[in-house]
Design a protein around this ligand. Structure first.
Ligand code: ADP
Ligand code: MG
Ligand code: MG
Length: 250
């Protein structure tokens, strides 16, 4: 599904990704870990198509198609979802209404008719029940006064509604409490299927106590320097990143 080959990327002439390779197949959950400043968020932004980053070498293929020339919006329409794409506060626009608009705009871009109101309601009901989101939450103003956990809940609800082919969750917030972590983990576990893939980026092993990734990668100094299964996450938790540094320099 996603194939990243020898990706080099810079921001303001500083090279941040330095030959990164990653291969994600449908049905898989990948965790990307690594020390602060390694380039994890940069990778997420580049795959999603944010424009401040310049790809200087390498390719990003989605289902075999090179997506480098596509704008962020076009990538979203092809099914790439990056968490916190919509962090705006919109007074008077509810969680539900925002979602209806997002879905219908995507459908329009794909040449489809608006989703009939009845189907939309059904989908909202199904997804909110699946994720244990109550009705009161759905009628709140988007992001207004949301706690950390509520922001996560909204994000996971957006992901459930958009049904992305590839979801990238960048858990940058070091202040995530255990409830917020559970919301994210529960969402990923319930939404994963054989047809989609999830990349969870995290600095913290504890998120992976609740999500069992198929693969764990260490991103260090702009490259994936080590890949393994969930045991690698436990090893990192125990030993930190210094041993990886030593392995690389050996
Ligand atoms: P991580 O998410 O792994 O902590 P980032 O991808 O956020 O790492 O950052 C990697 C490096 O790139 C850091 O040195 C950071 O300062 C730099 N960087 C990231 N984005 C920008 C930007 N928009 N402008 C300037 N420097 C950036
Ligand atoms: Mg950072
Ligand atoms: Mg980051």
């Amino acid at each position: 599904m996603l194939e990243i080959k020898d990706l080099h990327a810079s921001v303001e002439d500083k090279e941040i990704l330095k030959g990164l390779n990653l291969h994600v197949k449908a049905g898989e959950v990948h965790a990307i870990m690594g020390p602060n400043g390694a380039g994890k968020s940069t990778l997420a932004s580049i795959v999603a198509g944010k424009e401040e980053y310049e790809v200087t070498e390498g390719n990003i293929l989605l289902d075999g198609e090179d997506i480098e020339e596509l704008a962020a919006e076009e990538r979203a329409h092809k099914g790439i979802f990056l968490s916190f794409q919509y962090p705006v506060e919109i007074p008077g626009v509810t969680v539900t209404n925002f979602m209806k608009t997002a879905i219908n705009e995507t459908r329009k871009a794909q040449g489809l008719e608006e989703m009939p109101a009845k189907d939309m309601l059904k989908k909202i009901r199904e997804k909110s029940e699946l994720l244990d989101i109550d009705r009161k939450f759905l009628s709140r103003s988007l992001n207004q006064g949301f706690s950390g956990g509520e922001k996560k809940r909204n994000e996971i609800f957006q992901m459930a509604m958009m049904e992305p082919k590839l979801a990238i969750l960048d858990e940058t917030d070091s202040g995530l409490d255990i409830d917020a972590l559970r919301i994210v983990a529960n969402g990923v576990n319930k939404l994963k299927s054989k047809d989609n893939a999830v990349i969870v980026i995290t600095h913290y092993q504890r998120l992976l106590d609740h999500i069992v990734p198929d693969f764990v990668h260490v991103l260090y100094d702009g490259k994936i320097v080590k890949s393994g299964t969930k045991e690698l996450a436990l090893e990192l938790e125990e030993k930190g990143y210094d041993w990886i540094k030593e392995e690389i320099n050996a």
